[in-house]
Design a protein around this ligand. Structure first.
Ligand code: AMP
Ligand code: MG
Length: 501
């Protein structure tokens, strides 16, 4: 490795080494006038690199793919089901893996560029990305991270100085993304297709070994390591999707190529947070049938995991029938795992942790029906509920068109809280404070995100920077920040995210 490379990162390439058939060496387009828009200093520190080194010309070059001599950047291959239809060859069409680094905690992280030019996987695409969608990925990833939800994160967004043609001409950008890995369900589908075509499972086996070592090392010691690996991916995804549901996050494009093996959220495209609650909420303009609607996310995750099982079958058991039986049994465990994570999370949101809700088993279901019927603001509701417990009940009633229906539910809720529901002020305050630790005040509200991205596209980064600052501490209510906690003003058209990513 050259000295220049070491100034920034000590890159490794275990993926290219372990599964050379699953990526191609490729170099980024050249960007003569890169300009740093955002740099994630805490993340740079986690990676053990000086932020100033990345601001210097050589560092900036790295962030658009001008790597030092000896560093081999690669485009990764993957397949995927997109909206249910199988596409055998997707891959990094406009992205490159810069390399892997060990962070200060000793964890292996991928450094990956998005918008770095056409690759052999580009198909009809231009290989480029626009400033708005790359800043959106930065914002959403940081918001999720601050909420404690596993996610890839952006290290930087650099303006390329070059226009990109979308519906209009837009300023171009490159995003540097940090991920536990870029192994996707679609990576396994691609490797399984190689196995099906050649009759040999070497590549698939090597990929599974790489994934096990990297993400689920405990599986290696199991009687059937591949089945155990599969179970652990199911568990990680069940936990992840439950977290999404509990904060009202809609991913928008849950194709199998956008689902990780690590359990991190990846590929922030037309994603958004719920304002008014309803399970059928869809934000993406390309999701006409609502396949990836808010309420469909758990079953879609399970469907995607069934596609992963299909890819893993030849490893799980040489006898196809036995392999199918074992994989089916495992994937059927998703629903229970999801429910376990979600129920515990929902109980915590309602201050019911450790409380017996058995006397009112429909309490949560009825709440969701109520919220859905009245399209009550999802994020606002849970914070207003703790305020209600503190005796400041005005704001919560204003979230409902028919507050009497809420009052009836609230009576049941207080009964379920037991002593704390009707108890003295300190007991109520304890529960309210616990609720506030899991219910965010600030999520990336769609209208604020759109406003901030429009300003940034026009050259003013101020609103994006302020939004990032607010979203970095989502649970601490701060005076003067009311606008960040409020839903879109009445009369705003419903939020739609167009897939001009
Ligand atoms: P996504 O919907 O962003 O997850 O991307 C799906 C596939 O389309 C991936 O293979 C991407 O690499 C590819 N892709 C998306 N946008 C472009 C683009 N502008 N140029 C080339 N490939 C692209
Ligand atoms: Mg993708």
């Amino acid at each position: 490795m050259s000295t220049a490379a070491r100034v920034f990162f000590e890159f490794d390439g275990s993926y290219a080494r372990d599964v050379p058939d699953l990526s191609v060496p490729w170099t980024a387009a050249s960007f003569p006038a890169p300009r740093l828009l955002l740099l994630n200093e805490p993340l740079a520190a986690e990676l053990g690199v000086e932020p100033d080194a990345l601001r210097a010309p050589e560092g900036l070059g790295l962030l658009v793919g001008a790597v030092p001599e000896g560093v081999v950047t690669t485009a990764q291959a993957y397949a995927g089901h997109q909206f249910g239809g199988y596409v055998p060859r997707l891959g990094d069409g406009r992205a490159l893996l810069l390399g892997e680094v060990l962070d200060t905690g000793g964890h292996r992280r991928d450094l990956h560029l998005k918008g770095s030019g056409r690759t052999p996987f580009a198909r009809g695409g231009d290989g480029k990305a626009a400033v708005g969608p790359m800043l959106r990925e930065y914002l959403m990833g940081e918001a999720m991270h601050a909420l404690g939800i596993p996610t890839t994160r952006a290290l930087a967004v650099v303006a390329t100085g070059e226009p990109v043609a979308r519906e209009t001409m837009l300023p171009g950008a490159v995003l540097t993304r940090v991920a536990a890995s870029h192994l996707r369900v679609g990576t396994f589908q691609y490797a399984a297709a190689i196995a099906a075509a050649s009759g040999g499972t070497e590549v698939l086996r090597a990929l599974a070994a790489h994934a096990i070592a990297r993400h689920h090392p405990e599986a290696a010691g199991a009687a059937n390591p591949y089945l155990e690996f599969y179970r652990r991916v199911i568990e990680a995804q069940a936990a992840l999707v439950a977290r999404w549901m509990l904060v009202g996050f809609v991913h928008g494009v849950m194709n199998t190529d956008n689902m990780t093996i690590s359990g991190e959220t990846i590929d922030y495209g037309p994603c958004a947070f719920l304002d008014g609650y309803h399970p059928s909420t869809v934000f993406s303009s390309i999701d006409a049938n609502g396949r990836y609607a808010y309420g469909n996310q758990p079953p879609v995750a399970q469907w995607n995991l069934a596609r992963l099982a299909e890819a893993l079958l030849p490893l799980i058991d040489p006898d196809p029938e036995a392999a199918v039986a074992a994989a089916t049994d495992a994937v059927n465990g998703f629903a229970g795992a999801y429910r376990r994570h979600w129920s515990a999370g929902m109980a915590a949101k309602l201050g019911l942790t450790g409380t017996d809700t058995g006397s009112d088993p429909d309490l949560v279901t009825d709440l969701l029906t109520l919220l859905g019927e009245q399209r009550a603001d999802f994020t606002g509701f849970f914070r207003a509920l703790s305020e209600d417990l503190r005796g400041r009940g005005g704001p919560i009633r204003s979230l409902f068109g028919d507050p009497a229906a809420f009052d009836r539910w609230a009576e049941r809720w207080r009964a379920a809280l037991g002593a704390a529901g009707s108890g003295d002020r300190p007991a109520r305050e304890t529960v309210a404070a616990e609720m506030d630790r899991v219910n965010p005040v600030y999520v990336p509200r769609n209208h604020l995100v759109e406003e901030a991205l429009a300003a940034a596209t026009a050259g003013d980064l101020g609103p994006v920077e302020r939004l990032l600052e607010v979203l970095a501490r989502p649970f601490d209510e701060r005076p003067g920040y009311e606008v960040y906690a409020s839903p879109a003003p009445a009369g705003c058209p419903p939020h739609v995210t167009y897939c001009g990513t």
